[in-house]
Design a protein around this ligand. Sequence first.
Ligand SMILES: [Zn+2]
Length: 88
Amino acid sequence: MAGTHKRNTEPMRASARCGAKTRQGTPCRAPAVKGKQRCRMHGGAKGSGAPKGNNNALKHGLYTAEAKAMNTYIRDLLRDGKRQIGDF
Ligand SMILES: [Zn+2]
């Protein structure tokens, strides 16, 4: 009886993996937490990471949410302008 059940492990095996490097130097093979790049042991756990607005590691501010939003806005503006010029 036992061992005859065909298990469907494909969705489990297809999930994104944690990209952390282990102490052996090999990549971690645990599944990453949903919406994150790391597993629960490597910083993907709920509540881990810096709080929003933390400036402890700020160096130049080129990658802050504010700067990224500004870049997106400018890119969209340029794209829109180019598209309108292209219509002539
Ligand atoms: Zn991991």
